[in-house]
Design a binder for this molecule. Structure first.
Ligand SMILES: [Zn+2]
Length: 357
């Protein structure tokens, strides 16, 4: 396509549009799709160049804008409100004679600003519709909650609520392992291998969707139901290495859980407190504070000498909540609260706080 290069061989939006205008004549199939698709691609390239040169000027070393390659993140957008329409489950886009049935309704009310059609590596098509919402409920809940992310359960809350793990996700992971083994045994370059590869890609996609759904459900529930959410900072890498500790959420990705929780919390005015990963939330008695060093992973019920008998994860969630609330309180106030014995009370007036600790 050398003869289509713009004269100065320098990028400009205008030159890009000119190249496209000439290409359109050369390749009649361009008429089959909306002209907006190419216009938006030119806009995107222009934005990419602008970011690139801005960063070069700043003395940074940005990556040069990459060429689009067939089969890798195949997608296009239509950003003009009038060029597409969503009615119920039906999506219409300009120049496409047939309407497209979507697998679900759009959950938000408001103006549809843009649509992006994407093909995922497993060969399926997705439409993302950008909506300027009118019915989005941004209020968070009230009160505080501690969250223990579980091994067998997805999570246990400090009020005792148990959230079961996503069973389809567990089944999917099992299926994935099976098909990955099958794939490894197929002869390279064979049709069977290609089919197995597509199958593995499909399972991957499904698992990824289930993980996202699980995380969205949990973080929605937490940020809608409470005003403050206390979670543990988990060492994701260490946990995945230790299989017995591989919690449901590590399957679902703790990093994604945390970032999703944090953005929803910001949106709804909810506070997120992250407590130290080394705090022994499981081993501490939530009633008397005694630490039980010999607690094993198989002990599902926490029993303490003080008489407390509690579900292990519930006990941990209560501790996480308390630890988070303690961390928020000013040190002086904490010192006072711990010094309600008569000896401390009498000495408080003339002694420094640290003698009471
Ligand atoms: Zn106790």
């Amino acid at each position: 396509l050398a003869h289509f290069q713009c004269p100065a061989n320098k990028w400009s939006k205008k030159a890009g549009a000119e190249v496209y205008r000439r290409l359109r004549v050369e390749f009649p199939w361009y008429k089959d799709v909306s002209g907006r698709v190419t216009k938006n691609a030119i806009d995107d390239l222009d934005a990419a160049y602008q970011h690139f040169f801005r960063r070069v000027k700043l003395g940074q070393k940005p990556g040069y804008p990459r060429f689009k390659k067939k089969g890798i993140s195949d997608s296009f957008s239509i950003r003009e409100v009038k060029k597409f329409r969503v009615e119920g489950r039906w999506l219409r886009i300009e120049k496409l004679g047939t309407r497209i049935k979507m697998s679900q309704l759009i959950r938000w009310e408001g103006e549809h600003r843009q649509v992006t059609i994407r093909r995922s590596p497993d060969g399926r098509y997705w439409a993302s519709v950008l909506v300027r919402v009118t019915n989005y409920d941004v209020r968070g809940g009230e009160g505080s909650v501690g969250v223990d992310l579980g091994v067998s359960k997805l999570a246990t809350l400090s009020d005792g609520t148990e959230i079961p793990s996503n069973q389809p996700l567990k089944r999917g992971l099992k299926k994935l392992r099976k098909w990955q083994r099958k794939l490894s045994r197929k002869v390279k370059g064979s049709n069977r291998r290609a089919r197995a590869k597509l199958k593995v890609a499909r399972i991957h996609q499904r698992i990824s969707n289930q993980r996202k759904a699980t995380i969205h459900e949990l973080t929605d529930r937490l940020t809608r139901g409470y005003g403050r959410v206390v979670i543990e900072d988990l060492n994701v890498k260490g946990m995945v290495q230790n299989r017995s500790l591989a919690r449901s959420i590590s399957d679902a990705g703790f990093g994604m859980f945390r970032s999703t929780l944090e953005y929803k919390a910001r949106l709804r005015g909810v506070e997120v407190v992250v407590v130290d990963r080394w705090y022994p939330s499981s081993k501490t008695c939530s009633s008397c504070g005694a630490v039980k060093e010999d607690l094993s992973l198989s002990d599902r019920v926490f029993r303490c000498g003080c008489g407390l008998v509690m579900d292990r994860d519930h006990n941990a969630a209560v501790n996480i909540l308390r630890n988070g609330e303690d961390a928020l309180r000013p040190t002086e106030k904490r010192a006072e609260e711990r010094c309600e014995t008569s000896a401390c009370r009498s000495s408080r007036d003339d002694a420094a706080n640290e003698t009471c600790l």
